[in-house]
Design a protein around this ligand. Structure first.
Ligand code: ADP
Length: 152
């Protein structure tokens, strides 16, 4: 059976840190679905359409990466796309604390879906969407922090 992993997130916007986790995921799974979560209560800098467009452009030459938006519970979306795994990245112990509680909740909701954590390399572990947003809003050079092919 095809091994499909969902990489869920806000991706507001996608960073080199996200890209690294996605690329590592391709070594473990047949397909990685980047799920852009739509959360009505969360204010974002980029619209969901822009986030999807930016990500699609970056990965346009990788047929094993699929980009989708979703609004439901993450485990329900996993079922819909037949993903047996949720992929998440860890930068620090702080990330771990937060991610562990989400993973436990998801396990309660669906015991068949396994969360897989991958560590970011030290050079990427200080990159966050928040920092990239700050640089963009203040007209700084954000190119070092985002994947090649990133176009606003
Ligand atoms: P969310 O709003 O769900 O936290 P994000 O887009 O911020 O969504 O993050 C999605 C995933 O990417 C999370 O697992 C997060 O820990 C991970 N991530 C974010 N930045 C990095 C990074 N620099 N290196 C590795 N993983 C990262």
């Amino acid at each position: 059976m095809e091994k499909i992993a969902l990489f869920p997130g806000s991706f507001d916007p996608i960073t080199k840190g996200h890209e690294e986790i996605i690329k590592k995921g391709l070594g473990l799974f047949d397909k990685v679905v980047i799920g852009v979560g739509v959360n009505a209560g969360k204010k974002t800098l980029f619209s969901v359409e822009d986030r999807l467009r930016i990500i699609s452009e970056i990965f346009k030459d990788e047929p094993r990466i699929v980009i989708m938006q979703y609004q439901s519970l993450t485990v329900d979306f996993c079922k819909k796309i037949h993903a047996g795994f949720i992929l998440r990245g860890l930068r620090s112990g702080l990330d771990f604390e937060y991610e562990q509680s989400i993973a436990f909740a998801n396990k309660e909701l669906d015991e068949h879906i396994e969360t897989v954590f991958l560590l970011s390399s030290p050079s990427y572990s200080n990159i966050s969407s928040t920092i990239v947003r700050d640089i963009i809003v203040n007209n700084g050079d954000y190119s070092k922090f985002v994947p090649k092919g990133f176009k606003i």
